[in-house]
Design a protein around this ligand. Sequence first.
Ligand code: ZN
Length: 303
Amino acid sequence: MRIFSLLFLLLSCQSVMAALNIKQVAKGIYVHQGVIAVPNTHNHDEIANIGFIVGKQCVAVIDSGGNPKQGAMLKKAIEKITKTKICYVINPHGHPDHIFGNRVFENIPNIQFIGHKKLARAMAVRGSFYIARSKEQMGIKLRDKDIIPPTVAVKNTLRLDLGGRTLVLTAHPTAHTDNDLTVFDEATETIWLSDLLFISHLPVLDGSIKGWLAEIEKLEKRQFDVVIPGHGAIDRNWPEGMQAEKSYLQNLAQEMRLKIKQGIFLEDVLREFDQSAAQGWLLFNDFHKKNLSSAYAELEWED
Ligand SMILES: [Zn+2]
């Protein structure tokens, strides 16, 4: 009898784990690593790394997932792992693969949604566009009510006491986007960088290349035991783990500055660019041209 109930317990735990493939990457920090892919009707935009941090009094969700169903799976996984209540949902920026799980946490009493001070605006500006394209892009029709803006806006930094561990949230200047927020767990020296760090997945520029490189320079001077990127594997080798992204962005800036100096128009840049930048990055063909355009537009007007 005992063996059976133990077996059942093991199997039921495993099925939750398998459903979201959640791993404990540091004490009380759980991450589901997303597949490295563009959003499509098969993966339903379930592509980002998402997860949660468990304290003695509170759980903080970080990155709620790409759609409400994935948010619900995450919520279920949390409830299987701990009885501690979910107090916070932290959205490290407003891209759809990171925010559309929010709605399933909305009915938890006293829940707070936390984001960068510019997140609400980003959601207001882009939200209806994401919703309008959701059926075609990810095979799930999202609705207006799936946009849950932050109830707490972080201006500079915010300390969150989860009970026995404190998270330090930092609102960054424009980098990957204009609303990047990172989460540092003092207890385990883990930093959740979300999309300030891409591993294997080509970095995607939607903010400022100069700003992003400046943030990288500040971050690489700090010490972290565990680093959680927005896409790709957990990094335990900081700052080496960030060097591929850094050199991709540095080369991109250098190449665009040269083309601009040579008077080459953007359309010609996009027609004939250096393929060696691919360097083993996944999704290079999906995002490199967009990065060229963004970097060109930004650097064209620098002093
Ligand atoms: Zn992003």
